[in-house]
Write a protein that binds this ligand. Structure first.
Ligand code: MN
Length: 249
């Protein structure tokens, strides 16, 4: 159990108080981590700090919640795209605070999907708050599974929408918060286990009254193990193997 290999495939290490220490902890604990960015302006430093890491990969993002003020940064995003295999956080947010920019978000997300499809080999971590159908419609239209992989981060769509996402080739990164919600864990329980990864979305979630850390992803592993009636060590092994498959395409 002590050598259980953990996967946190959606977190924001650059938003912790000490970015370098957060990366170092993942390296020392051997947590396979995808650290996402919310603006391409954060990319150069993220890239620099993960150039020689064994466990931490950095993703180039433009967060849908920032589109209202930062849509023009898509040009910067595009100039960096060739520097990385990992893209995120990107996607759409139709929550009440961000709905005003929804049309603009769609334009930007369309451009991101098309450029990733064209480049090939990219792995995307995608936000879909209150808009699972539009996100899936756009993935279907603009992104071919033969050209890359999409991981739906914190997906909260229905079972039918999840099934459609599976048919489109999507993976799902699942966190403990989702699994504590009866409705969402019910949906997760219908997913093929070989499409599931784990995440924390740290530091945005709390754990024991402090920002959650990548090593806390063990909680998601334990909840998933319970949901699928597996031993935690076996479930962790499956997640690690899913990640291997995902990255080998
Ligand atoms: Mn996030």
């Amino acid at each position: 159990m002590s050598t259980m290999s953990l996967v946190d495939f959606h977190c924001h290490l650059d938003l912790y108080q000490d970015h370098e220490a957060a990366i170092l902890e993942c390296e020392q604990k051997g947590v396979q981590t995808l650290t996402v960015t919310t603006t391409p302006k954060a990319w150069p430093r993220n890239r620099l700090l993960t150039q020689n890491t064994l466990f931490v990969r950095a993703a180039l993002g433009l967060h849908p919640q920032l589109i209202e003020e930062r849509a023009s940064e898509i040009q910067i995003w595009e100039t960096y795209l060739s520097q990385t295999r990992y893209v995120g956080e990107v996607g759409l947010d139709a929550g009440p605070k961000f709905y005003r920019s929804f049309d603009l978000q769609k334009k930007i997300f369309e451009k991101i999907l098309k450029l990733c499809n064209q480049a090939g080999g990219k792995i995307l971590t995608v936000h879909s708050v209150r808009t699972p159908v539009t996100v899936l419609d756009m993935i279907e239209k603009y992104f071919s599974p033969g050209h890359g992989r999409v991981i739906l981060h914190w997906f909260t769509g229905s079972k039918a929408e999840a099934k459609r996402a599976v048919e489109l080739g999507c993976y799902f990164s699942v966190n403990a918060e989702m699994l504590r919600n009866e409705h969402h864990s019910g949906m997760v329980g219908t997913l093929p286990v070989n499409r599931i990864l784990t995440e924390t979305d740290g530091p945005f979630c709390q754990y024991q009254s402090r920002p959650i850390k990548p090593t806390d992803v063990i909680n998601a592993v334990n909840l998933l193990a319970n949901l699928f009636s597996k031993e935690p060590s076996e479930l962790a092994q499956m997640i690690a193997s899913n990640l291997k498959d995902l990255e080998a395409f």
